[in-house]
Design a protein. Sequence first.
Length: 168
Amino acid sequence: MNLVVSDSGPVHYLVLCEAIDVIHRLYGQLVMPAAVAQELSHPRAPLDVQTWMNARPKWAAVAVARQIEPFQQLGPGEREAISLALEINATQLLVDDLAARRIAVQRGLRIAGTVGILEAAAERGLLELPGALQKLLSTNFRVDAQVIRHALERDLARRRTGSPRPVE
């Protein structure tokens, strides 16, 4: 079973898209750093996100990194997520923030963002990508329109050929 660490963004938006369970089905076990758990439980977080955090499934755990690297340009959640992913040798880091993604890749981590997670779930037949992306875009999620367009183009091509790409 795979073990992934997530920053708050992917969990937050997958809950809002009603697609949070794809994390378990794609990756197995999810670990969130304490700073991320605090962000997702914060009273300013959407009620659906707070509710999910308060009754999160057994496959979603919270852990504390022993040592948090001081990546100055990142927030506490991103710093702790990268540090924890490195510490526990996570299969992947789920993160949307571009600066965090760049640092994670430089540190040798494999990454996936919210759109990539939804695309991987569609490739496995776990959801319909156009509908999932429509739900995502109805939130305050920010993404370059080209990212969405390319994901939809790949999804259409995959459905036309009937050949799913294997999910790593």
